[in-house]
Ligand binder design. Sequence first.
Ligand SMILES: C[S@@+](CC[C@H](N)C(=O)[O-])C[C@H]1O[C@@H](n2cnc3c(N)ncnc32)[C@H](O)[C@@H]1O
Length: 434
Amino acid sequence: MIKKATVVLMLLAMIGIDSAIGAPKPVRLGLDVSGLAELQKRTEQYRDDLPKPASLGMHEIIAYEEHKNFVCVVGKTAGGDKSPSYLRRVILVKPSLLLVDDQISGLGSGDNFQWKLAYRKVNRPVAYAPAYPSKISVADSTLQGLDSFTAPCKNGVGRVVVAITLGQKDKPAVKIVSNAKPLVLKIETKETRCKLTLPTGAESAGSITITDAKGKDVLAERVLPSGIMPHGPKGVKMLAGWDSRYTRKNAAPWDTKRVAVELKKAVESGKIKPGRAVVLGCGAGTNSIYLASKGFDVTAIDVAPTALAIAKARADKAKVKVNWVLADVTAVPKLKPFDFMYDRGCYHGVRRKFAKEFVASAKRLSKPGTQFLILAGNANEARHYGPPRVKEEDIRNDFKALFDFTWLRESKFGANGEKGKGPLMWSILLTRKK
Ligand SMILES: C[S@@+](CC[C@H](N)C(=O)[O-])C[C@H]1O[C@@H](n2cnc3c(N)ncnc32)[C@H](O)[C@@H]1O
């Protein structure tokens, strides 16, 4: 085991190398076990507030999800031109398995990545097992004080993954299924088994599969969050509500498996040209797959993991690639701005409570000249069923500051395409102002 004094020396050595290229910005990467215990409590009772980033060794939380079987938090500490940047992913698999995936980039190619685990007054057992890289050797695997070890750094990038059990003496058993990108791990404790796919960087979120200790399914493979998901009791209920529309039979009437006529016309007439596209509230993926088949580079966002799983299976069958992202359209992750945005049936529901947040996301995802096609329910028709309906005045008020209206016209939702029978809708084509 590396002694405390050596840790300080090694950190200084790393900073010394950075000094050659500019002012160093040392970042504390300590992991506070009491912070983890707070996260563990959250799984017993959903909470409205986010965990405290500092207690998890984070500066800012960039992705978060509370789920009945796990909590996932991804955070970073500020990097910059002259300092390394750090990404930390913490996954708590209920009831007591914690995974910490630390990534550092921007180091010199010969530097080592120094990792340390610290604790304050732990009054219950905590055990851990280094999970990646496989060749890390730690003399003592039960926390006695401050443990640390170094990991190699390749091309300025270093990574350490550690599995921890809280409240148990036995350390988790870890198997590396794939050492390549993405890293795939199987972890087993007395209470749970899980498989985790863990890509590097923040752009891609990875996935989780959980079984109980006897191998009985607890959670089928599902994507992890890319942004801060709605949380607290209401947020969790909202997510479960949307997801159930895709797990129950015939509960997603909008999923006609046909490409929307308005989208097809806009693409095939050349009004919208292939480029980087984002689909908001993509559902089971028909329109995202269509865009990918037409040469667009597509990112598709939804809050319903089952919708994304169905969409991914359909895309695999159609042999097209789409970046499926689990996120809330009112709190989107940082993504490079897109040339085209598309929304069929998401804006009209979300705007009822979160119009401002939706427009702020549209701003974040676009740049001057970005086109945005929205298909939304139309309040000019009185209906007691069907999609939420929006007034023309509300649409204009939501978007007029940021976008020019290329068109705002009436059409129809419907199984035979928007021209067929079905609820009245708005077809809105916006162009982001210069
Ligand atoms: C009426 S469905 C339309 C789905 C898809 N666009 C289609 O045409 O089949 C609305 C979709 O928006 C998603 N959604 C609702 N609120 C959302 C939010 N805040 N963030 C991301 N997706 C959301 C739902 O999960 C659902 O898949």
